[in-house]
Design a binder for this molecule. Sequence first.
Ligand code: C2O
Ligand code: CU
Ligand code: CU
Length: 429
Amino acid sequence: SGAAGARVFTLGIRPGETRFKDGPPTRTWGVNGTYLGPTIRARRGERVELTVRNGLDQETSLHWHGMHLPAAVDGGPHQPVPAGGVWRPRWTIDQPAATLWYHPHVHGATADHTYRGVTGLFIVDDENADALNLPSEYGVDDVPMIVQDRAFDGDNQFEQRVPLGGSLGVIGDEILVNGTIGPYFDVTTRLVRLRLLNGSNARLYNFGFSDDRSFSLIATDGGLLAEPWETTRLHLSPGERAEVVVAFRPGERVELRSYPSDHGGSLGRLDGFDDRLDICRFRAAGTLADDTELPAVLAALPDLAGEAVAEERSFVLASDRINGRPMAMDRIDFGVRGGTVEVWEVTNDNGYPHNFHVHDVRFQVLSVDDEPPGPHLRGRKDTVLLPPGRRYRLAMRFGDHTDPNVPYMYHCHLLRHEDEGMMGQFVVL
Ligand code: C2O
Ligand code: CU
Ligand code: CU
């Protein structure tokens, strides 16, 4: 029973066993099940009330990645849920329609807890998106795809060992979509929207179709783009999301794949940059329903480039540190003023990739090495890939959830790097 009109969700994190392949089952963790968790869905303006029960024998947490919300309910390392404990975060959804997600964020063990399977989507809806007549029937023409790589040992257990020489973290050779190896999807409509989440700990995907067909990117982490962008390839680094719309013809078969990436820098085969992976097979029916259209204009995105900048900050990511310092739970790195716009310059000073995620806000990429960003970076983001040596300028407006004591995080979302200290904390004042 919640406040009038509130949306109430109960999430139980617990251990279990999941059968991914022939042979013994895999020991996994899940939310209300043995692997992954339910898709949570709420509308802008709605109040959400969640009950999170930790059924594990160790402390964990649940972070709402991409959500604008008070720091005290963010679910980061400062809101651990003890073994057997219950946590009841609540807030009002106040951001545009977008595909968000949740995962553990407990200090030093985010990679392990997430890898075991505690991950789900959190979809935000709003009136603007409703009015567009986009494919939106969940599971029919609006399809969530949590893409993860996993390595299995000889007993079918998840292998978390980092390959010799691997700098990124664990790279698996089996691809799971929504917890299934070798999945297919039966297409019944001409246009299908895929909500892609790179839910991997470290692997970078370069998505594309086996016949090189183009598809339309309509939304990134923070919500809809101003207009669709047609492409044949799309990179997603860990934690990033994309909504794409693909057109199918009756009766056809096509495979969604990941293609080799040129973002590996000094890293070679061990880190998966040469891999070509089959992700999901699409099988179109003999006749396809045809009642949605892709609009030419999707959303009005205010341009932060012209705004007065309250503060510029610079962040250099190198070797498990940001600006030379490892994460410390009791050190708040800085405070920002609620309602102001800041510009953060973020540089990858290593010969291999990182990415950069900021809690609570959605940022605009102003430039990449002083050039305007490509079309895939023109929407709002909360996580961005940082190829080796690259320098990004990000503009963001901080919200009104002030709290001098409880920080938000910013960090590399390659989870091994995050756990090893490539993270910092800020408060909104
Ligand atoms: Cu997806 Cu700080 O996390
Ligand atoms: Cu986050
Ligand atoms: Cu990193």
